[in-house]
Design a protein around this ligand. Structure first.
Ligand code: TXA
Ligand code: MG
Length: 371
């Protein structure tokens, strides 16, 4: 007798499941990230090929995958996430050569970066070919491409035989998911399959780099630091809005940056400045808020404690990789604990710290206290 590798996934692929946000049965399957079982990958590939949605881990965050070349499947991704239709998706590939299917021009800097950083947390924006459906690129003449450094998506893409469009697997606006629990919280009942490969390694999304311009321009700081990119291609541009310093006003180069993002249900206040000044200011704010009966949570580093607040330690301030890894799940945890306000301390804006600060600034919706 043939064993059903994913019990229930047969019904999950019923016709109605593919219409809009109608309720589907979401099947969650544990997979070994180092060695995902072939029958599970093959079943997931069948879901992708039939126009369904599969959430999977990557080295950055969980992605919500659909066949990138199937406009109906991609449209469903936008619907179930509640994503604005002008915010394009990243197309994931399983080998560097696939870029030639999707991109009409591959400049030399792109070749150098691919050679050095793929697979990995670097997304390249290039001029697109006609193969990419307009809906995937939200009508732009470019396409964002990345090769993830994770066996689950790599094997899934190969088995499905098609590139996979995958935004982060959260409802639009909320923090990106770093565990399958987060994915279930946001998307249970609207996706067919969730592959649970445990917590993700990096914890913030990939760096998005526009290589259609010279010097290349960072459209979203992420898991790969600007310093590492510059070591390979020389200077890159980091516009103020990519840091989160100014409001997004220029032309929509990275449409995603103009929306409020990573936002917890609680109000988030970011306190920026030198560590000592930040510590004093956070103490003061906690005292003030606590005094008015407000439940306060604090995102801190280096094991600091704050009286009258639920404090979550993100890790050592000298090890920002650890801080990045715990950032989104800590924001979600504080939300779950029912705090009204989250106060976040700034971190140093170097290496992956640039991505952390970008996410915190966006999560704050501009509520920033500089000391
Ligand atoms: O790490 C990641 O990048 C994750 C994992 C799942 O791969 N994906 C992810 O996708 O974060 P998403 O959709 O949440 O973010 C994609 C970002 C958005 O800011 C979007 O505006 C930008 O990439 N983007 C996509 N295509 C673009 C294009 N053609 N031009 C400019 N920006 C683009
Ligand atoms: Mg996202």
């Amino acid at each position: 007798m043939r064993r059903d590798p994913i019990p229930g996934s047969g019904t999950a692929r019923s016709k109605s499941a593919h219409r809009g946000t109608s309720v589907v049965k979401t099947v969650r399957v544990k997979v070994d990230p180092e060695n995902p079982p072939r029958e599970v990958i093959e079943e997931a590939a069948r879901v992708i090929r039939s126009g369904g949605l599969v959430a999977f881990p990557t080295e950055t965050v969980y992605g919500l995958g659909a066949d990138a070349l199937n406009p109906d499947a991609v449209m469903r991704v936008f619907r179930v996430k509640g994503r604005p239709p002008d915010n394009p998706l990243i197309v994931h590939v399983a080998d560097p050569e696939s870029i030639y299917l999707l991109a009409s021009e591959v400049p030399r800097v792109a070749d150098l970066l691919i050679e050095r950083f793929w697979p990995g947390p670097l997304t390249l924006v290039l001029k697109r070919t006609e193969v990419v459906p307009p809906v995937t690129s939200a009508g732009l003449d470019t396409v964002a491409v990345r090769m993830p450094d994770h066996r689950v998506p790599l094997e899934l893409i190969r088995s499905a035989g098609t590139p996979i469009a995958a935004p982060s697997a959260n409802k639009s606006g909320s923090p990106s998911p770093t565990t399958a629990d987060h994915v279930m919280m946001d998307l249970e009942g609207v996706v067919e399959l969730v592959l649970d490969g445990g917590p993700t390694e990096i914890g913030v999304e990939s760096t998005v780099l526009d290589v259609t311009v010279y010097p290349p321009e960072v459209l979203r700081p992420g898991g790969l630091s600007v310093e590492e990119i510059e070591r390979v291609v020389g200077r890159v541009r980091v516009p103020g809005w990519a840091r989160g310093l100014e409001k997004y006003t220029s032309r929509p180069r990275s449409p995603g940056m103009k929306y409020r993002h990573y936002a917890p249900k609680a109000r988030l206040i970011l306190v920026e400045g030198s560590p000592q000044a930040v510590y004093s200011k956070v103490q003061e704010l906690v005292k003030e808020l606590y005094g008015t009966g407000t439940k306060v949570g604090v995102l801190t580093t280096d094991g600091k404690r704050y009286e009258n607040a639920t404090t979550v330690d993100l890790g050592p301030s000298r090890d920002l990789r650890t801080v990045a890894k715990s950032l989104f799940c800590s924001i979600r945890a504080l939300d779950e604990s029912g705090v009204d306000v989250i106060i976040a301390e700034s971190v140093e804006e170097k290496g992956i710290g640039l991505a952390i600060m970008n996410r915190l600034r966006k999560a704050s919706g501009g509520e920033i206290v500089s000391v």
